[in-house]
Design a protein around this ligand. Structure first.
Ligand SMILES: [Zn+2]
Length: 53
């Protein structure tokens, strides 16, 4: 039983490269990019706390 965060992703590919933002955050099953919102929103998903650095 676990200490810390359990790694339950089983080695499956969950996120692939997003063709809109180029980030490796496009969810294959949900068809939504976690980074820019591609597939979910027509406009680009942005948050003030999500800063590029
Ligand atoms: Zn994206």
């Amino acid at each position: 039983m676990g200490k810390g965060t359990p790694a339950q992703r089983g080695g499956k590919i969950v996120h692939v490269r997003c063709r809109r933002c180029g980030s490796h955050s496009y969810h294959r099953q949900k068809k939504v990019c976690a980074s820019c919102g591609f597939g979910d929103t027509a406009h680009r998903r942005r948050f003030s706390w999500a800063k590029l650095r």
